[in-house]
Write a protein that binds this ligand. Structure first.
Ligand SMILES: NC(=O)c1ccc[n+]([C@@H]2O[C@H](COP(=O)([O-])OP(=O)(O)OC[C@H]3O[C@@H](n4cnc5c(N)ncnc54)[C@H](O)[C@@H]3O)[C@@H](O)[C@H]2O)c1
Length: 278
């Protein structure tokens, strides 16, 4: 039996073949979670899994743009595991920088499809699986958004729109997932105000529910940030209290905390991790 803050948990991480995603897998595994490390680049994600502590981790090829592939993934998880994934990290993300006037439809669509649509459908299938399993554990869905979603971020309108979309998703999902009582069928009682607004939320707290939060990192040293436009990097570095660039470990520590019962009271939150962006 594994020990650790996340032992007996099954985690799913997208974009796990590089940067932040790879580090997240490493810390989740260190805390005892079994990690399903997914990425469109299967070789990269195999390398991620080869470095993980503990056993039972699985590298999986997944392009989050393909909703059919997401559906197949969750069908396979149900077939092969006795528990659903209750730690879900929507991390896969891309940047296609250009000015608004020059941006192609393809670059706009690609960024929205990976960053926003991918995260939405992972969340949808993960939530369905949790509800269908009648899971009573605390489940935690974590979207890796960006500080770019709430600041000016020249030459990345597609990216800022996708990440702002992820933020919106968080609030709505946190509210919707509160409604699901995963263990007891109170349907006939749910018609009343008292059950809807007082007893049922309390039952959720007791029985567990899917918390949903977003992390808004500033500049973090990864292959993705190497490709950013000069002005974008300037925007991210000049307005910070700490002048150094973040490390993948900084973000992964926060993800691990949000995945754990230590953060039970955090839900529907947008959490900045930027080195003090002001
Ligand atoms: N690095 C930063 O400064 C920074 C800042 C804020 C937010 N972020 C966000 O953090 C997340 C991780 O970024 P990173 O910096 O580690 O980037 P990265 O480029 O190092 O890693 C991204 C991973 O996502 C994978 N990926 C890309 N498209 C995919 C798809 N369609 N399906 C599945 N996997 C796909 C890539 O293969 C890669 O392994 C992204 O969502 C990014 O927007 C990064």
């Amino acid at each position: 039996m594994t020990t650790g803050l996340l032992s007996e948990k099954l985690a799913l991480v997208t974009g796990a073949g590089s940067g932040i995603g790879r580090k997240v897998c490493s810390l989740l595994a260190k805390e005892g979670a079994k990690v399903l490390a997914t990425d469109q680049n299967v070789k990269a994600v195999e390398d991620t899994v080869a470095e993980l502590q503990g056993t039972g981790h699985i590298p999986i090829k997944l392009n989050v743009k393909n909703v059919n592939d997401i559906e197949d993934l969750f069908t396979n998880i149900k077939r092969n595991f006795s528990i659903p994934t209750t730690i879900i990290v929507n991390n896969a993300g891309i940047v296609r920088s250009n000015s608004i006037v020059d941006m192609s439809e393809k670059d706009f669509n690609d960024v929205i499809d990976v960053n926003l649509k991918g995260a939405f459908f992972i969340m949808q299938y993960a939530a369905r699986a949790i509800i269908n399993a009648g899971n009573t554990d605390d489940a935690s869905i974590i979207n890796i958004s960006s500080i770019a979603s709430i600041i000016k971020y020249p030459y990345n309108a597609n990216y800022t729109a996708s990440k702002a979309g992820m933020n919106g998703l968080i609030k709505t999902a946190a509210a919707e997932f509160l409604k699901y009582d995963t263990n007891i069928d109170l349907f006939f009682l749910k018609q009343t105000f008292i059950i809807n607004f007082i007893i049922n939320p309390m039952m959720q707290l007791i029985l567990g529910m899917a918390r949903v939060n977003a992390i808004l990192p500033g500049l973090v040293n990864t292959p993705l940030s190497q490709t950013l436009h000069k002005e974008t990097i300037q925007e991210l570095t000049e307005n910070k209290i700490f002048k150094y660039t973040g490390k993948t470990n900084d973000v992964a520590e926060l993800v691990t905390f949000l995945a754990s019962p230590k953060s039970l009271f955090i839900n529907g939150a947008l959490i900045e991790i930027t080195g003090g962006y002001i």
